[in-house]
Design a protein around this ligand. Sequence first.
Ligand code: EPU
Length: 421
Amino acid sequence: MKKLKIVINGNKKLCGSVRVSGAKNAALPELAATILSAQESRFYNVPRVEDIKIMYNALRQMGADGDFSGNTVSLRLAEIKSPLAPREIVETTRASLLMLGPLLARHGHARVFSPGGCAIGDRNFDFHLEGLRLMGAEIHEDGGHIVASVRNRLKGVHYSFPGKTVTGTENLLMAAVLADGVSELRNCALEPEVGDLIDLLTGMGAKIEGKNSETLIITGQTSLFGAQHSIIPDRIEMGTYVIAGCLGYNEIMVENTIPDYIDALLAVLTEMGAEVATWDDKVTARASGLTLSPVSIATQPFPGYPTDLQAQLTTLLTQVEGRSRITENIFNNRFQHARELNKMGADIIIENNVAVIRGKTVLTGGDIRATDLRASAALVLAGLIADGRTVIENAYQLLRGYEDLPGKLQALGADITIIEE
Ligand code: EPU
C-alpha cells in the first residue's frame, strides 16, 4: 500500500457548491447482498472509495463477474467458487463481517477474516454471531477467521438485538431473506443505510415488512433475483461539508443530497447560532459574521447525533468562544483526533468518554497523523482554517470513505493535495 500524505495550505475562504457522493455505508452491505442471488445486480451512485474497492475485489475473488466503471458497479455471482474473505483483502473494513450472513444464507458455509479490534475502539460483533447461531449456524474461530456453516438451510428466527447495531441489523436481515420461515428482528438500527438495503433486497424479491421501524418481519424466500439500485447520498460526507461551511468566512452549498438525514447536526448548528437552510436536495449552513455559542452534545444511534460526525464537530467547536462538551456513547476510543488538534493549538481535554473543548483557539499548521476515517476529516477541516501548512500522515484513512475530497475542496477554493510520502 502506498504511503500518502495530505498537504494543506490553510486560511483560504471556501465558496461555491459541492455534490455529495453515494453512501459508503450503504454501498458496503449492498454489494455484499449480491452474494444472495445468482443473477446480476447493477448499482448506480457508488462512491469510488477504498472501502468499496475492497468489497468489490473480495466479491470478484469469490467468483463474481463484475465491472466497476465510474460510479456504476455490476456484479454477478453465478456460482460461489470460494466462500472465503481473506485477511489481505478485507483487513481494513467491515467487508468480511457483512459477507457472513449472505454467504451462510446462500452457500451454507463461510470463512471470513475476523474484523477484531479497530482504531476507534472495541467493535464487537457478538450479536451478529448470536443471531446467526439461533438461525442454525455453527460458528467457530480458526486462525483469525470466523468459520461458519449450516446444515441444509438457515431457519427463520425471532431475535431482539440487545443493543443497537447497524451492520448487525444488516447482516441478520441478509441472512433472513433466504432463511426457511419467517423472522422477526427487534430493536433494529434505524440508520438510512438500513432502509436503503431493505429497498435493494425488496427489489431482489425479498419480503420485508417494517422499513424505518425497529421491528422487521422477513419472510424467507428460496431464491432472489438481481436488481438495479441507486445508492442513497452519503449523510456523513454531507455533514462534513456542512460543518466546513460553518468555518471562518466560508459559504458552501451542499447539493445532491437528502437534508433530513442530518437533522440532528442541523439542530446542533442552529442551537449554536449558525444560519441553516434546506430546500429540495440542498443544504447550507454558515457562520460568517455570526458569533457561535458553545454546546453540549452526545452521540446516539440514528436519529440522534451520529458518532461519524463527532470528530468534525470537535474541530468547529475549537473555533467557538467558551466551553463545549461532547459525550461519545457509541465507540470507546474515538477521540484520537483531539491529540492531533491539540498539537495544532486546540484546547481539548478528554476524560473517559467526554471531550471538553475550550475555544476559541488559533490553530497553526504542523505535522499530524490521521488515525481513522472520520478523524482524518476532522484534521482536514482543521488544516483548512489553520495558519500555514498542515501535513497529515496516513491519508489512506481519508480515501477509505470520502470520494475525491481533495478535488471537491479544491473546487471550493482550498489549497489541498495528496502526495506520496
Ligand atoms: N456492538 C456490540 N455487539 C455487536 C455489534 C455492535 O456490542 O454485535 C456495539 C459496538 O461495539 C459499538 C456499538 O454497538 O459500541 C455500535 O456498533 P455498530 O455495530 O452499530 O457499528 P458498525 O455496524 O460496526 C457502522 C458503520 C460505522 C458507524 C457505526 C455507528 C458501517 C460499515 N460502519 O459500524 O461507520 O460509526 O455503524 O453508526 O456501516 C465510518 O463510516 O467511519 C464508520 C465507522
